[in-house]
Design a protein around this ligand. Sequence first.
Ligand code: GYE
Length: 309
Amino acid sequence: GSESGQKEGGAEDKGAGGKLVIGFSQVGAESEWRTANTESVKKAITDAGHELKFSDAQQKQENQIKAIRSFIAQKVDAIVFSPVVETGFETVLKEAKDAGIPVFLADRAVDIEDDSLWVTFLGSDFIEEGRKAANWLVEEMGDEEEVNIVELQGTVGSAPAIDRKEGFEEVLADHPNFKITKSQTGDFTRAKGKEVMEAFLKSDGDNIDVLYSHNDDMAIGAIQAIEEYGLKPGEDIKIIGVDAVKGAFEAMAAGKMNVTVECNPLFGPQLVELIEKHIAGEELEKRIAVEESIYTMDQAEELLPTRQY
Ligand code: GYE
């Protein structure tokens, strides 16, 4: 390798100190998590002195495909891409590869066999998050004879929705007293979370012990639905969320939500470092995970002031 000796400014003056043009195709603005993530990535790119081209896909795949094509046409130096769903991006990623533009998957994964279509995937382990949610529940209610769970899924076909379901079910498979009685998508938004929870309550209101929500925003929407229905969220129905956004800490501090599994969106600086390393010719791991934890109701008040998203 060429590891010894002085750095010489990287390829064509890019990389080591060179200014890059980076296109960022973001999923949308569906949740508190997403807002924090967009901020973190944008700020890290511009703070490092690079030029940012940003595109918000409003949770629509066709908008992302258009955005990536336009980044290719503009000959950006690198593309950051958070795929709204796992499949259907093969063609456009091949176009980027053919144009010699490196793609960095951020936050969400794709389900594509040819992993030469991206440099690395930086994001959370969503399966593990699902396991953490279920493990908390087993610990909390494992002695009960029958526990009926309703599930609010994230965006259909998205990596976090698929994986958070899988990890959760994997753990519960060993505990037949837990049953998922209803499961539907709330598209990761508060409004949809509320709407779907209303429907769950209408058809099965007195038989719901637990809500497992694939993100906090849907849980917060559902909490509203539960209160309007006349039940106590956090007590009559235990509430599990994912993300650990401020809104969840507020709900937990108010006794309305029981637990949230952390999914850290603040990986902007780590991502920019990876892009710079790649441009400078360094080899990167194909999969880089973000570290995270889980937080419960009794920790909420203490930790709320320190939460950064
Ligand atoms: O959990 C959810 C957001 O992809 C990890 O997307 C992300 C998820 C996050 O809308 O709130």
